[in-house]
Ligand binder design. Structure first.
Ligand code: SF4
Length: 661
């Protein structure tokens, strides 16, 4: 979204601050005075509801911006925390002439922030501010022209790809110099495609954009140029921010621009999720097909025989190694990730492959001096092999320091390897910078302390505060734990869900723990005559913000999701019933298994805190304004079978809410 216009240019150039700046007074003090005016006068005059908790939060943020410190801002649902941090982020961006970055936990939260009735638009409208906020979406949210070409040739996934190709801007396929170009190919514009269809044509980590001959006309790269020029705010995902951190040095070394421009502050919205995003981002992915494709390109050049022989051997050994990964692994219920079983045969295959990579790297040094290879091609191959070396060296480290798994893809097995902890990298690349960093979430403290989160992220010095939600949960929310017959298994649970959906006439969000649960529910809905007239929207069937907006507009519908435990903000009558299908315990996959292995009591220290945090978030979807009311239905079997789990769940219910059977 770009709320900036011609008028904005004038405003920004003439008077960059929303107050009259006095150079003899510290800037943050003046910004704080303006923020006070906003909360005590401007917003109430515009008919806006301002809460005490929001004002308290704003004044806490003043300290973080004044001292350029990290702050954990834990504020309950409905506090209006976004408005509070936006005010400081925008002022500070204008003062430093560098945009602020707001990193959201996922793409659906980004959409919530920039939608026409979202917080940025609200602020701009009520304060008559023009805010230059631009989206820095992850590359996988954009169409890849190369993959679209492939899909057109192979006529994949039962979609009219020709129609999609015909809808691209005319400059994409023109060879004339571009007079005007703009970002295109955003996932939002292809809401008719389900996730599987979208994955056929979107960017993925195995695309080689650096050498791509279409990169100057590709929507993904054009979007990057666009958001770089944001004056006030760049909104991206945690994943993308961390990719920026992870690739920053490498890109600089290679003369490329970092993914994000220099920025003045960072806000991690839903900041409690940063550690898991970092573990994902600071890892490596490898597959045989990509290696073979890249290295085979070298054979098309005039190279020495010794190198050609090594390349042939490496291709064969890569296949042997991936076959070994395919043999030595275990499936995990509810997860696509498969656990690798370390055997001597597998480790031997890895070592042999790594030795061949080293030998090729040495040969390439000589080859580079002969200038027989295309410079760019050589660089890409070297870069890829360097990444593989790092990944495999990490893989060979003691099990306690590394997390790895394999998963299937249409082009064969993917090996993922990541470090067991991420704090050293985050400490040196983010938290050692003298920059205000705001962690914002309704759920960050564990037993009133932020130490657990700070330690996991490598944060030594920080400010923190907690404020409760302003809502009257006793009157607005009923929490039910229905007593269907456990002996009836899935059918009993389904029957109860049908009854409760009938009771609220749809208007429900059903949160599932796994995709498998969602799939099973979807299968069974068709056989329920009582649900015949109700519309159901399922995550994965179409682009997520499209699903959310359809659910919001069609009052008696039901939204079924796996990933909307956080961030979904649907105030009003469309949401009166949140059904928690299962308690959100983490899967038994390699990422969580690594965390479990690192602690003395995995259930108490990993599974239970994760579940409680996610459950609090899920419950928080129901009451989004003072006028909302409804039911939260907890259908987790453990509430009936594990008294301790029940007790802990009761302890995290919003203040005033009571659990009823
Ligand atoms: S630049 Fe990257 S995303 Fe764009 S078409 Fe080329 S490979 Fe695909």
């Amino acid at each position: 979204m770009n709320l900036r216009s011609k008028k904005a240019e004038v405003f920004y150039n003439v008077e960059p601050y929303p107050f009259t700046y006095d150079p003899s007074t510290p800037f943050i003090q003046q910004a704080a005075d303006w923020v006070a005016d906003v909360f005590y006068e401007l917003l109430p005059e515009a008919g806006f509801e301002v809460r005490d908790e929001q004002i308290y939060m704003a004044f806490q943020l003043e300290k973080a911006f004044a001292d350029k410190q990290t702050i954990f801002a834990e504020a309950g649902v409905g506090t209006g925390k976004t408005l509070a941090y936006l005010l400081y982020a925008v002022c500070y961006a204008r003062y430093t002439r560098k945009p602020a970055v707001i990193a959201c936990a996922d793409e659906s939260l980004i959409e919530q922030l920039v939608k026409p009735e979202g917080d940025i638009a609200k602020l701009a409208r009520h304060l008559e501010l023009i805010i230059d906020a631009r989206l820095g979406k992850s590359p996988d949210q954009y169409l890849c022209l190369k993959k679209l070409d492939q899909a057109r040739i192979q006529a994949k996934a039962d979609v009219n790809w020709e129609e999609i190709a015909a809808g691209l801007p005319s400059f994409v396929n023109s060879s004339a110099p571009m007079q005007a170009f703009y970002a295109y190919g955003d996932r939002r514009n292809y809401s008719q495609l389900n996730d599987e269809q979208w994955n056929t044509i979107n960017w993925d980590p195995f695309q080689d954009c650096f050498t791509c001959d279409r990169r100057h006309r590709c929507g993904q790269t054009l979007s990057r140029d666009h958001y770089r020029r944001a004056a006030d705010i760049i909104i991206c995902s945690h994943d993308y921010y961390l990719e920026h951190v992870w690739t920053y040095e490498g890109r600089k070394r290679e003369g490329q621009l970092p993914l994000l421009p220099e920025h003045s502050s960072v806000v991690f919205d839903e900041g409690h999720l940063l550690e898991s995003a970092a573990m994902k981002a600071f890892g490596y992915k490898m597959k045989h097909a990509t290696f073979e494709e890249l290295i085979t390109r070298l054979l098309q050049n005039e190279i020495r025989e010794s190198l050609a022989v090594l390349i042939d051997e490496a291709i064969v050994q890569s296949e042997v190694m991936f076959n070994a990964f395919g043999r030595y692994n275990l499936s995990i219920a509810g997860s696509d990730r498969r656990e690798i079983v370390l055997t001597e045969t597998l480790l031997d295959a890895v070592r042999r492959f790594r030795n061949l990579i080293s030998a090729i790297e040495e040969e390439l040094v000589f080859e580079g001096e002969l200038y027989t290879l295309d410079h760019y091609q050589l660089r890409i191959v070297e870069e890829h092999m360097e990444m593989m070396q790092k990944a495999l060296l990490l893989f060979e480290q003691p099990e306690s320091t590394v997390i790895s798994w394999v998963e299937d893809s249409p082009e064969g097995l993917i090996l993922s390897v990541m470090p067991g902890t991420v704090k050293e990298m985050l400490k040196s690349q983010v938290f050692h910078l003298r920059m205000p960093v705001v962690f914002s979430s309704a759920t960050m403290s564990v037993e009133s302390s932020f130490r657990y989160l700070a330690d996991s992220l490598g944060i030594e010095r920080f400010l923190s505060f907690s404020v409760d939600s302003p809502y009257a949960y006793q009157a607005q929310m009923e929490v039910l734990a229905p007593l269907w017959s456990l002996a009836d298994g899935f059918d009993g649970k389904m029957k109860e869900a049908v009854r409760l959906l009938g009771q609220t006439g749809g208007r429900a969000l059903i949160l599932f723990r796994t995709r498998e649960e969602l799939r099973q529910f979807k299968e069974n809905v068709k056989a329920e005559p009582m649900l015949g007239g109700m519309s159901f929207y399922y995550e994965g069937d179409s682009e997520i913000s499209h699903l959310i907006s359809a659910f919001q507009q069609e009052e008696e519908s039901v939204l079924c999701a796996v990933s909307l435990w956080e961030g979904l903000d649907v105030p009003g009558p469309s949401l009166a019933n949140v059904i928690i299908w299962s308690l959100p315990f983490p899967p038994l996959d390699p990422v969580f298994n690594a965390r479990r292995k690192a602690v003395a009591d995995p259930f108490q220290e990993v599974d239970m805190p994760y579940m409680l945090l996610r459950l609090r978030q899920g419950i928080g979807r129901l009451i989004r304004s003072r006028d909302d009311s409804g039911i939260v239905v907890l259908m987790g079997e453990e509430l009936r079978t594990h008294p301790e789990v029940k007790e802990k769940v009761i302890s995290v219910l919003p203040k005033g809410a009571r659990l009823k059977s």
